[in-house]
Design a binder for this molecule. Structure first.
Ligand SMILES: [Zn+2]
Ligand SMILES: [Zn+2]
Length: 335
């Protein structure tokens, strides 16, 4: 017991290594750009001020989005999706798998759940003892169910999901911007050092590596960012891109794809002024997502988004059965 606790503790410490590496590289890049390039190499004051100004905007936005991607706790399903004491007892006492399945189907009828397991059964997490909302998955690293889980990212040491997907996308965007700005401004000084137009100093070493590291990160991040842009356009999570969500009519990769514009709004929200800032603006509460096959009037998120919002807020005090008053939980799920 003590050994496994010790191992878990070590694992938790080691999991911060990628974040520490990224932070060290970024801190070094700050020193190399601001001091070695701007203060020690640049001679033109106007150029120096302009470079420092734009650099700091990119740097602050990068740090802000990275911070938010790391420290935003992933959202987990509300109590409504957990089995009540009596349901749990009934489920655990039952030894016949078919009856157990039927118990879950009966409970799920009160919940707006449209996706199923590959076998067609209700998606149930044994570990968390809850019925998984659509797009929710259990993360073995975080040891909990994560709403609209995308993937567990070691570079932010956090689960990327409903609560921080926008922050993760912005983090990728500002990282690319940071790399592009550094490469484009450093390049001419790299050449000047190369042809020995500038004196040989330790700034040469920093400028050379600055360009090399910025280009390397730019290439790898652009691939990842491109892939996530495609996922947002199609309204798929990384997990769903690998394994299509299963609906009552079978697997459908485009089950949540409600058109490019609405897919984009789901992640970034209606207020375009906030799109570029790492503040939470994603639509809904992560438990219900509009379906391509449902008309808008029957769609839980679009038909009663405000009600869901209120509902989520009062969930702490909600008791089982309260969900019966909700318009969207009465949608029939065929067994
Ligand atoms: Zn779970
Ligand atoms: Zn995780």
């Amino acid at each position: 017991m003590a050994l496994s606790r010790g191992l878990k503790c070590c694992q938790r410490i080691f999991s911060w290594i990628p974040v520490v590496i990224i932070s060290c590289v970024v801190l070094w890049s700050y020193y190399a750009y601001v001091f070695e390039l701007c203060f020690f190499t640049l001679r033109n004051t106007l150029e120096k001020v302009a470079y420092l100004l734009v650099f700091h905007v990119c740097f602050i936005m990068f740090c802000w989005t990275y911070w938010k991607a790391i420290f935003t706790p992933p959202s987990t399903p509300t109590k409504k999706f957990q089995l009540s004491y009596s349901d749990k007892e009934r489920y655990e006492m039952e030894e016949r798998p078919d009856v157990q399945k039927q118990i879950l189907i009966d409970i799920a009828k009160k919940l707006p759940i449209f996706t199923r397991a590959q076998s067609g059964a209700i998606r149930f997490c044994d570990h968390c003892q809850l019925i998984k909302p659509d797009r929710c998955h259990h993360c073995s690293v975080c040891e909990t169910c994560i709403l609209k889980m995308d993937h567990h990212c070691p570079w932010v040491n956090n689960c990327v999901g409903f609560s921080n997907y926008k922050f993760f996308l912005l983090f990728l965007s500002y990282s690319i911007l940071y790399c592009v700005f550094i490469s484009s401004t450093v390049f001419q000084y790299f050449l000047k050092f190369w042809v020995e137009e500038l004196p040989n100093s330790h700034a040469k070493f920093h400028v050379l590596f600055l360009l090399f590291v910025a280009l390397m990160f730019f290439v790898s991040l652009t691939f990842l960012f491109g892939y996530h842009c495609w996922l947002v356009a199609k309204n798929r999570s990384t997990l769903e891109a690998f394994s299509a969500p299963v609906f009552q009519n079978g697997p459908d990769r485009d089950g949540f794809n409600v058109g490019f514009r609405r897919n984009l709004l789901q992640v970034f929200g209606e207020d375009k002024k906030l799109w570029l800032f790492p503040v939470f603006t994603s639509q809904g509460d992560g438990h219900y997502f509009p379906l391509r096959t449902l008309s808008e009037s029957r769609n839980p998120l679009l038909a009663s988004e405000e009600r869901w919002g209120e509902d989520g807020g009062s969930d702490e005090d909600s008791t089982d059965g309260e969900g019966d008053n909700d318009p969207s939980v009465n949608i029939e799920i065929e067994s």
